[in-house]
Design a protein around this ligand. Sequence first.
Ligand SMILES: *[C@@H]1O[C@H](CO)[C@@H](O)[C@H](O)[C@H]1NC(C)=O
Ligand SMILES: *[C@@H]1O[C@H](CO)[C@@H](O)[C@H](O)[C@H]1NC(C)=O
Ligand SMILES: *[C@@H]1O[C@H](CO)[C@@H](O)[C@H](O)[C@H]1NC(C)=O
Ligand SMILES: *[C@@H]1O[C@H](CO)[C@@H](O)[C@H](O)[C@H]1NC(C)=O
Ligand SMILES: *[C@@H]1O[C@H](CO)[C@@H](O)[C@H](O)[C@H]1NC(C)=O
Ligand SMILES: *[C@@H]1O[C@H](CO)[C@@H](O)[C@H](O)[C@H]1NC(C)=O
Ligand SMILES: *[C@@H]1O[C@H](CO)[C@@H](O)[C@H](O)[C@H]1NC(C)=O
Ligand SMILES: *[C@@H]1O[C@H](CO)[C@@H](O)[C@H](O)[C@H]1NC(C)=O
Length: 572
Amino acid sequence: MPGTADVKMFWILLSLLTTASAEWDVVVSENDSLDFLYSDGRNVSVIQGSHRDGVNSLAYDPIYENLYFSDTSDVHVTHIKIMEVTREAVVSPAYSVVSINSSNLYFRDLAHDPVNSSLFWTTTDIPYTAGQIWQATLDKPITFSPLLRLEGQTPQGIVVDSCRGYVYWANMNQTSPSIDRLRLKDLAHEGFITNHIFAPSDLALSQNQKKLYWIDENPSSKNSIIARAGLDGGEVEEFLEFKDGHEPKSLSVTQEGLYFTEVSNYVYVVYFSDPLKTLHKLNHTVINPQGIAVRNQLAFLNQNKESCPQLAELRDRVPPRRNITVCLFGKISPPVNGIECTCWPGYTGRHCEIDLCHNFCLNGERCFLTDGQPTCDCAPDKTGSRCELESCVGTCLNGGTPRCNKTSSSQPICVCPKGFYGPSCETSSVLCELYCRYGENTMVSNVFQCPCSPNDALLVPGRFSTHVTFGLLSAIALVIVLAVLLFIQTRRLRSRPKIFKRYSVTPKPVTSPSCEIAIENCCNMNICDTPCYEPDLRTLETDRKKSKKEEKRGLLSEDVLAQNSCRSVPDF
Ligand SMILES: *[C@@H]1O[C@H](CO)[C@@H](O)[C@H](O)[C@H]1NC(C)=O
Ligand SMILES: *[C@@H]1O[C@H](CO)[C@@H](O)[C@H](O)[C@H]1NC(C)=O
Ligand SMILES: *[C@@H]1O[C@H](CO)[C@@H](O)[C@H](O)[C@H]1NC(C)=O
Ligand SMILES: *[C@@H]1O[C@H](CO)[C@@H](O)[C@H](O)[C@H]1NC(C)=O
Ligand SMILES: *[C@@H]1O[C@H](CO)[C@@H](O)[C@H](O)[C@H]1NC(C)=O
Ligand SMILES: *[C@@H]1O[C@H](CO)[C@@H](O)[C@H](O)[C@H]1NC(C)=O
Ligand SMILES: *[C@@H]1O[C@H](CO)[C@@H](O)[C@H](O)[C@H]1NC(C)=O
Ligand SMILES: *[C@@H]1O[C@H](CO)[C@@H](O)[C@H](O)[C@H]1NC(C)=O
C-alpha cells in the first residue's frame, strides 16, 4: 500500500523527469539493487534501496513499461512488486501487488503476460511434495491462486508466449526433467521438451526467432549449456557450451542477442549476428546476480506485425510512455475527459495514485475492499465504518444491549432491558420508583429521566439522589454548627475571670477573733476590699432582725475599723 512518503516520492520523480535521450537495454537484479544498463554494460542507473532487499526474479512488461520483481527478503512472505520504469530508467516507488505466504514454499521464477495482464510464477513445496504454477490477474481486483499442481515436478524458470497463449516452464526433476507448457485457452498441460534434456533451469523466449532458449547441462561433460528449440517443439539444439567453467544463471533475449548473468558476477551477451558466438562481457560487475530482463521486447513487431496481432494491437493502443507513472495503480486507456487511467478497484486519482484504503481505517485496523469500496476489519473494542467509534463492550450494565455508539467526545448510548435505566443501564426501576414518588417534577435533568408516568411520574433519579445527599449534608452541617456554637459558649463561660484574694489579718488576739472570717464568705458579700468581722462583734440572734443596711453600716463604721485594723493584702 503506498504511504504518503511513497506518493510524495512519486511526484518528485515525476518532476525530475527530463528529456534525457539515454535508454536502458538490460536490467539485472542483484542482492538488493537493480542495475539498469546499456547494451554495452555501462550503467544507466543503479537503484538501491532497503525495500528492495532480496530482489530475485525480474519480469518486464514492455507495453505498460512496468518492471515486476519478486522480493524474498522476508522468509515468511514473498512479495511481487511493481515498479514503473521510464526508458531513461527513472523509476517509481515499488509497491507490492501480490503477497504470498511462503512459510512452506520456495518462490522460483516470475513471468508477465501483457495480453491478459497476468503474472505467472513457479513455486515448490517445503518440504518437497510437488511444484505449482500460480497466476495473478492484475487489471481486475488483484487475485491470485495456484493454476496447476505439478506432482513429481520441480518447476524453475517460467516464460509466457503472449502471442500464442502458452506458459512454458522448466521442470528440473533429476530423474525425469522436461520443459512443459500450458495452453492458456483451455489450460491443457503438455510436455514440450522431454528428450535430450537434463537439468533445465531458466528460460527465455525470442518472438523474433520463434525459439525457446534454456539453460541446461551437458550430461557427459557436466558443462553448462544453453539450448534452444522452435516453438513447435522441433529443432532442438545446443546453442552454446561453456567449456571453461562458466555457469549461466538467468537468461534474456533481444532481437540482437542473448544476455545472461553468470555466477562469477558478470553479465554476458552473445550476438546472433556473430557466427563464432563470442561471449562479450559487459563492463559492469553484478554482485550475486539474480534475474535479468530486457526492455525492447517488441522490436520484432516492426518487421512482422501479423506474427503477433495481440501485442501489436496493444502497442498501437497504448501510447508510448515518456513520462513516468501515468497510471500508478491502473491501466492506460483511451482518454475519458482527458484522464487516461482506468484505475484498479480501490484506487483513484488522475494517475490512480490514491489508495482508497490508505489511512481509511482509523486505529490502525486492516482495510480491504468490498465491491471496490474500502472496508475495515475493526478490533472488538472499535466499531463504525472506519473503526472510529469505541464499541461499548462492557459499558452497558445489567444486560443492556451493547448496541451503543461512543465517539471520543460523546457518551455511550445503551439500550437497557426492562426495569433498568440510565446511560449505562445502572439504575434499577426500584430506585426510579423511589425517585418518582419523592422527586421533584419540575427539575428535569437533560441527562436521563426515570420514566415517571401517571403510573410513574416523570422524574430524575439524578436529582433524587442529589436531594437525599443535600438533605443529609444539611443535617450534618447543622449538627456541626450547633456543636461549634456550644463549644464557643462553654469556652466563653470558662474564661470569665475569677477573683482570688487572700487577706492576711493582723491578729488582735483578745478583742478580735473576728478577722478569721473566710474570704469566700466575705467575697460573697461583694465587699472584699473592706475588712470583715465575725458577727460576734455584732449583736447576736436578736440583732438579725435589724435591717441589712444597718448591719452594713455597722460593719463599716469608723470606730470598728479603728478597733479592728484588718489590712487587706491583695494576693495577686
Ligand atoms: C544481501 O544484502 C544484505 C544487506 O543488504 C547483506 O546482509 C547480505 O549479506 C547480502 N547477501 C548476499 C548474498 O550478498
Ligand atoms: C556506474 O558504473 C561506474 C563504473 O562502471 C561507477 O563508477 C558508478 O558508480 C556506477 N554508477 C552507479 C549509479 O552505480
Ligand atoms: C502461512 O502458512 C502456514 C502454514 O500453512 C501457517 O501456519 C501460517 O499461519 C501462515 N502465515 C500467515 C501469515 O498467513
Ligand atoms: C521426479 O520424477 C519421478 C518420476 O516422475 C518421480 O517419481 C519423483 O518423485 C520425482 N522427484 C522429484 C523430486 O520431483
Ligand atoms: C488470455 O485469456 C484468454 C481467455 O482466458 C485466453 O483464451 C488466451 O489464451 C489468453 N492469452 C494470453 C496470452 O494470456
Ligand atoms: C569499463 O568502464 C571503465 C570505467 O567506466 C572504463 O575505464 C573502461 O574503459 C571500460 N571498459 C570497456 C571495455 O569498455
Ligand atoms: C509529462 O507529463 C506532464 C504532465 O503530467 C506533461 O506536462 C509533460 O509534457 C509530459 N512530458 C512528456 C515528455 O510527455
Ligand atoms: C453515533 O453517534 C453520532 C453522534 O453522536 C452520530 O453522528 C452517528 O451517526 C452515530 N453512529 C451510529 C453508528 O449510530
